[in-house]
Design a protein around this ligand. Structure first.
Ligand SMILES: [Zn+2]
Ligand SMILES: [Zn+2]
Length: 290
């Protein structure tokens, strides 16, 4: 074989590789395709559940709501104390003015009667007592307001922390949701592509069986046991499953029993599980993760 022959062989074999890569799925047996559909549906279901859980998480932050409620309540309390304070301040000012007037009256000579003067003096004394009790009330309210201010500051700080933490968490949740949605789209597309290589009747049968069997139409065996119903299957059936191209059913749960899918990495014979990255959904073993 001369060099150009050798090159031709190389080229031909690499074309063959490309063809296998591109049309490999068409050569795959029907049973393997059905198994793939099942894997896609399992993944779609678990992504659906995960999405529901994440949306629920995103819709409500109980801790933040609790802190905000606490803050609203204490702000209301503060507002009512400020009102009380303003009322007391008005009372104090009015009483102060009144005392000033009465004291002026005491010395301006308008009252000459000794009894009246004594009465006025008693009145002034009484008003001064009231005035000082108003002042005490003001001081008391002031100290309550100071306490409320301090509490509000603490809760506001907590609320702010909680809010920015939630901002971060919800961003994370949203980006997880987006990537799960992307995965879901990718899997749906892969499912469509593989479904298109099967005849409509087969796909319809698969969907109907899946609907009847709690979402699992295609299952596999572990040793001699069906992994869906946990009952053992006859040896003869087991031999048929590992070699057969045609459809075999579990005698107990009536699901299709298929051989497990192989890793799609070239030459690998390990069992492959569905793996997704941003652009592809493939069946790979743990060693050949994408
Ligand atoms: Zn079974
Ligand atoms: Zn592999």
């Amino acid at each position: 074989m001369n060099l150009s022959d050798y090159n031709r062989v190389l080229i031909r074999s690499s074309i063959y590789d490309v063809l296998i890569e591109a049309y490999g799925s068409h050569y795959m047996s029907k049973i393997n395709k059905l198994m793939k559909l099942q894997h896609y549906d399992n993944a779609l279901e678990s992504i659906g559940d995960e999405l529901k859980a994440l949306e629920k998480k995103l819709s409500k932050n109980e801790r933040l709501e609790a802190v905000q409620k606490q803050l609203a309540e204490i702000s209301e309390e503060q507002a009512s104390h400020i009102k009380k304070m303003q009322a007391v301040e008005i009372k104090t000012t009015e009483m102060g003015d009144r005392i000033k007037k009465e004291e002026a009256q005491l010395y301006d000579g308008t009252i000459t009667n000794a009894k009246d003067l004594e009465n006025l003096q008693n009145e002034i004394k009484r008003h001064k007592n009231l005035y000082s009790s108003f002042e005490d009330e003001e001081l008391e309210l002031l100290s309550v307001l100071e306490e409320l201010d301090a509490t509000i500051l603490t809760i506001s700080t907590e609320e702010e922390k909680e809010r920015s933490e939630w901002e971060r968490i919800s961003q994370e949740l949203k980006s997880t949701i987006t990537s799960l949605e992307n995965n879901s789209t990718l899997i749906k597309l892969a499912k469509e592509t593989d479904s298109d290589t099967l005849d409509n009747e087969t796909v319809k049968d698969y969907e109907e069986l899946r609907a009847r069997k709690d979402g699992v139409a295609v299952t596999h065996i572990q040793g001699n046991t069906c992994v869906s119903c946990y009952l053992s299957i006859p040896d003869a059936l087991k031999r048929r499953i590992t070699t057969a191209e045609n459809t075999n059913y579990c005698p107990n749960c009536k699901r299709i029993i298929a051989p497990q899918l192989q890793c799609t990495h070239k030459g690998c014979t390990e069992i492959g599980a569905l793996q997704i990255n941003q652009t592809t959904a493939e069946f790979r073993c743990t060693q050949h993760a994408i």
